[in-house]
Write a protein that binds this ligand. Structure first.
Ligand SMILES: *[C@@H]1O[C@H](CO)[C@@H](O)[C@H](O)[C@H]1NC(C)=O
Ligand SMILES: *[C@@H]1O[C@H](CO)[C@@H](O)[C@H](O)[C@H]1NC(C)=O
Ligand SMILES: *[C@@H]1O[C@H](CO)[C@@H](O)[C@H](O)[C@H]1NC(C)=O
Ligand SMILES: *[C@@H]1O[C@H](CO)[C@@H](O)[C@H](O)[C@H]1NC(C)=O
Ligand SMILES: *[C@@H]1O[C@H](CO)[C@@H](O)[C@H](O)[C@H]1NC(C)=O
Ligand SMILES: *[C@@H]1O[C@H](CO)[C@@H](O)[C@H](O)[C@H]1NC(C)=O
Length: 321
């Protein structure tokens, strides 16, 4: 009998935010449980996982209406009847001299190294290894390709990580939210047809088509400065750069209604001074690096010239000996 491996990509949307999960058909995950919720709603469970720190997978048990948020992934195993598990689609990680034999290995390893650090989440960095204090049998539950070995505690190789962008036109940055590649691109041509799409949704798609990234979220002063530095060197004299901070209504009561299109939480802000107008169209970074969130739509159209796009860096890991 021929076994068919099915990985189904799901895009969860909550508000206007997106997070990718892979629906594993025919596989179960061996992982730690972070929290359990009562819900039969896959989308609700996915949203919880997306917004919960350290959640890299979830399981929805339809029979009992339970949703388990999973963390510290150990391994996956084949089980033809399984369809309860969803795995986060994490940024790409390559380990030098490690040959993975299936797509499932690849997406699993990416999720294990979701933070793209020298050790997976929850492991301790020692001089030459990643260390985890668990019993021997738990240690050997980790996928063999992660190279677990037990010597009074569990150990896997410590990685030396090299971060890269698709090409030199991207700015590689190490920020509080991770390693990212940023590229600021000119807005679409005037004859583009947006149909009934919001300009920021269109920009998000345009970023993906042009750069492989998404409309940028900003989580630190360093990240803001990097985008602003690129902006200050653009050809246009007063180039408004669109960023992914949005409101779900055009009438904005206050800044509490703002959120990042990519689903990340708000951890840093740099709003332009009070504008009496309360019309939200999209957010533009102004030449001094501040975020203009309210402006008349005609003004917005005149200022908007560029789009800031952002994607995870690709991590290449080499085992430290
Ligand atoms: C979830 O469901 C279980 C079983 O029906 C119940 O015992 C538990 O109290 C529920 N938890 C919450 C938070 O509603
Ligand atoms: C990878 O494997 C080759 C051949 O076995 C070896 O020469 C090389 O040193 C290895 N590289 C690393 C980074 O371990
Ligand atoms: C995430 O995991 C790390 C490592 O186990 C832990 O230190 C941190 O407290 C966790 N954060 C949350 C919000 O659970
Ligand atoms: C990234 O920044 C953090 C915090 O400043 C630092 O600890 C880490 O070494 C940096 N990583 C790289 C690869 O430069
Ligand atoms: C992005 O590319 C897809 C596929 O080619 C196309 O259908 C879509 O209109 C493009 N969107 C934008 C905003 O360029
Ligand atoms: C708008 O977004 C806020 C924050 O995400 C949310 O609480 C509110 O329900 C949303 N309103 C609408 C009309 O979608």
């Amino acid at each position: 009998m021929k076994l068919v491996v099915l990985l189904v990509f799901l895009l969860f949307s909550f508000g206007h935010s997106y997070t990718n999960f892979i629906h594993l058909l025919g596989y179960a995950l061996n992982a730690g449980i972070l929290t359990t919720y009562n819900t039969t709603n896959v989308n609700g469970c996915g949203t919880e996982c997306a917004l919960t720190t350290n959640c890299t997978a979830f399981q929805i048990i339809h029979a009992t209406g339970e949703c388990n948020l999973l963390t510290m992934l150990r391994n996956y195993y084949f089980d033809s009847s399984q369809c309860e598990y969803y795995l986060k689609r994490s940024p790409g990680v390559t380990v030098t001299n490690r040959t993975l034999t299936s797509d499932m290995d690849v997406v699993f390893q990416n999720a294990v190294y979701d933070s793209q650090g020298p050790c997976p989440l929850g492991w301790t960095i020692l001089t030459n290894v990643c260390y985890l204090n668990v019993p021997k049998n738990t240690c050997y539950e980790f996928a063999p390709f992660l190279e677990p070995r037990y010597d009074f505690a569990c150990m896997i190789p410590l990685m030396i990580v090299d971060y890269n962008c698709p090409e030199s036109t991207y700015k590689l940055g190490n920020y509080t939210d991770g390693h990212f590649c940023i590229k600021v691109i000119p807005k679409w041509s005037d004859d583009a047809v947006l149909g009934n799409m919001k300009p920021y949704d269109f920009a998000n798609q345009y970023c993906y088509n042009q750069t492989g990234g998404y409309l940028a979220s900003i989580h630190s002063k360093a990240e803001n400065n990097d985008i602003n530095t690129i902006q200050q060197n653009l050809e246009e004299t007063n180039p408004g750069v669109m960023i992914g901070l949005i409101a779900n209504s055009s009438s904005l009561a206050n800044t509490d209604d703002m959120y990042w299109l990519d689903g990340t939480g708000i951890s840093y802000t740099n709003y332009a001074g009070n504008s009496k107008s309360d019309v939200f169209t999209y957010t533009l970074m102004t030449l001094n690096g501040q975020w203009k969130i309210t402006m008349d739509s005609t003004v917005a159209k005149t200022l908007f010239k560029y789009i800031a796009c952002k994607q995870n860096a690709v991590a290449t890991m080499t085992k430290k000996h």
